[in-house]
Design a protein. Structure first.
Lengths: 101, 332
């Protein structure tokens, strides 16, 4: 359990670094399949925080992780929507658009 | 002079526009076959995200009655899309057989091959979460078989993928993305998967899963640390990635979070318990109580199976010592 507490902040630090980098470059970049990377690592972060909250039996941490879960679900809906929109407008999955060599 | 320049720029602009229109038309005319040929391994990051979200929803504290249902919906979406994507990528390789080897050593796409395997692991994990209450004993065996099959396959992937990248591509450090971790990422998920599955496994299988899980997490974590180093080198000595690729930086969050999940927690907890029982009691047979009672534990509002399992394997893990964990693995 202490290894969890030891390491969790590293994940959070990377998450904040990446968020800052994303926000700094937020000039309407178009949808890319890497947008899904907004979700799965942060889901891992939330899961790890839930484990910590359970081990420490802390209602405070539990509430924070519940909030993180809600944020994740909203993010998923946004990314899924953007994916469907890009698919519909034929911006991805088209010859020359993706990385297929 | 100036009007000529203006005219020229206007001309180039209109010609660019017509070119853009042409390519747009060409794209619009591309049929399903062409679309399928563009279906890269990266699409599996969608199933990966959905599976991860279903896992989070299962474990969220502060539950309300509809929560599990929402989680199940996500899981079903995940499985449906996974099957769809498997069909799509199979179709792509059937339509264009040369694409298979090419995709596996493409400098960016090949890395996403790992997302396919992580999606599988997450489906197995969610099957355990959402299914173990309803399905019968067959699920336990099925998951165990799938787990070991999975582990064997990702080991092959982990070796051959990096080997292929070493041979066929020259990836530069200034272009390093955390996606370089992705070939070993399945191992990072295999650890927690083992931790989740072992709770309902019979004891002998649970022990092997536990040992395996720790090993897989160790491998995944160490390689991730190496990649973290390269990533920091890249960030310090070179630019941030281009804005469209910055979402990919989030992959670096993955390994750090996977380390403190079900496998490490019970193992280390149990190792500390056993350590206490070696040093503070005469005998560490589980039935003979030690002089000052059971070692102090943090209160757990948690499931019995873990504790029972911990007690039961205290004999086997009699020598399991926190500082000499590796030594034990050799001994076993």
């Amino acid at each position: 359990m202490f290894s969890g507490i030891f390491i969790w902040l590293l994940g959070f630090w990377f998450s904040m670094l990446s968020s800052l980098a994303v926000v700094a470059g937020l000039k309407r970049f178009s949808f890319d399949l890497t947008w899904w990377a907004f979700i799965f690592p942060n889901a891992g972060l939330t899961l790890a925080a839930i484990q910590i909250g359970e081990a420490l039996d802390s209602p405070g941490i539990n509430d924070v992780t519940s909030a993180m879960t809600i944020v994740l679900v909203i993010l998923w809906l946004v990314v899924a929507g953007a994916n469907i929109k890009a698919f519909w407008e034929k911006k991805i999955l088209m010859p020359g658009k993706d990385e297929v060599r | 002079m100036a009007p000529n320049m203006a005219k020229k720029t206007l001309e180039t602009e209109t010609s660019k526009e017509s070119e853009a229109n042409k390519s747009h038309d060409a794209a619009a005319r591309a049929g399903v076959r062409e679309q399928l040929k563009q279906f890269t391994w990266a699409w599996f990051s969608m199933t990966m995200s959905t599976g991860a979200l279903a896992a989070v929803l299962y474990n969220t504290p502060n539950r309300f009655s509809g929560l599990l249902t929402i989680g199940k919906i996500f899981l079903i979406i995940d499985i449906v899309f996974f099957c769809l994507f498997v069909g799509a990528i199979t179709a792509r390789f059937v339509l264009e057989p040369s694409a298979l080897p090419r995709s596996l050593h493409h400098p960016t796409e090949s890395l996403f091959f790992g997302t396919f395997w992580v999606s599988i692991a997450l489906i197995l994990q969610n099957a355990q979460f959402y299914g173990h209450r309803y399905a019968g004993a067959w699920l336990v065996t099925a998951l165990r078989v799938c787990f070991w099959l999975y582990v064997g396959l990702i080991f092959l992937v982990g070796i051959f993928q990096y080997h292929t990248l070493f041979i066929k591509e020259r990836l530069q450090v200034p272009g390093m993305m955390p996606a370089w971790i992705l070939p070993i990422y399945p191992f990072l998920v295999a650890g927690p998967l083992a931790g989740v599955l072992l709770e309902s496994q019979p004891e002998s299988h649970a022990i092997s899963m536990l040992i395996g899980g720790v090993m897989f997490q160790g491998l995944g974590w160490m390689v991730s640390v190496f990649m973290y180093t390269i990533f920091i080198i890249r960030l310090m000595s070179s630019d941030l990635p281009p804005p469209s690729m910055r979402a990919g930086m989030y992959v670096s969050v993955g390994p750090a979070c996977k380390l403190d999940t079900p496998t490490t927690t019970p193992l280390l907890k149990q190792a500390t318990d056993t350590f206490h029982s070696i040093h503070f009691s005469r005998s560490y047979h589980p039935r003979i109580p030690s002089p000052e009672g059971p070692p102090a534990r943090l209160p757990r509002n948690h499931i019995c199976p873990r504790r029972r399992f911990a007690e039961g394997t205290r004999c086997v893990f009699g020598h399991l010592h926190l500082a000499s964990g590796l030594l034990v693995l050799h001994a076993i």
